[in-house]
Design a protein around this ligand. Structure first.
Ligand code: GRF
Length: 188
């Protein structure tokens, strides 16, 4: 039986697309059961709808955070989601939501955790003079970008690198790392 994955996003959704592509392999250990967003006009939601995938979206400001998260939780359970993959989801999940899905939410973060939690990861890695940037897939806990790391990819920082150039090279690695790590995670 394939694991049923729900993907949460807020933006363009390139990592979501990589996960959907990988799930099309008949041997993939997971299928994408729902694509959900806090941004009804997210580009990733439009793409998913055009692919005929199940989508759900609600703007929290219209209903308040508790009602938004309750509706999200219901949508995920109705779709029989077992694992949640955050893919550019730009909102903090409440402790209560994390507790209800404990150990079953993963995220991709554009740094070599535990370095550079939060935002502006590439600029911070360059400013620190690091030899490598990269990306990490980790378990989501109540601590921002703080859960166990499941997989990482390193990307060399080049002389004269800009945050934008490094971000583009790291993003290519995110698209390889996330499907592979999620497949390992749901298979264990
Ligand atoms: C990626 O850089 C990811 O690491 C971070 O947010 C960005 C999402 O990009 N969490 P996309 O929406 O998947 O294209």
């Amino acid at each position: 039986m394939k694991q049923r994955v729900g993907i949460l996003l807020s933006g363009r959704g390139s990592n979501m697309m990589a996960l959907v592509e990988a799930a099309r392999d008949p041997n993939a250990p997971y299928g994408v059961a729902l694509i959900a967003s806090d941004k009804p006009d997210a580009a990733g939601i439009a793409w998913a709808q055009a692919q005929g995938l199940a989508t759900w979206a609600l703007a929290p400001k219209n209903v308040g955070k508790p009602a938004y998260e309750a509706a999200l939780d219901s949508a995920l359970r109705e779709a029989q989601v077992e694992t949640i993959a955050l893919a550019g989801y730009m909102r903090l999940l409440s402790d209560d939501f994390v507790a209800r899905w404990r150990g079953r939410i993963v995220n991709i973060h554009p740094s070599l955790l535990p370095k550079y939690k939060g935002l502006d990861t590439h600029a911070r890695a360059i400013a620190a003079g690091d030899a490598h940037g990269g990306c990490s897939v980790h378990i989501v806990t109540e601590e921002l970008d703080g859960g166990d790391v499941l997989g990482q990819a390193e990307v060399p920082i080049l002389p004269g690198d800009t945050p934008e150039a490094l971000a583009a090279r790291v993003l290519e690695q995110e698209h390889r790392l996330y499907p592979r790590t999620l497949a390992e995670f749901v298979s264990r």
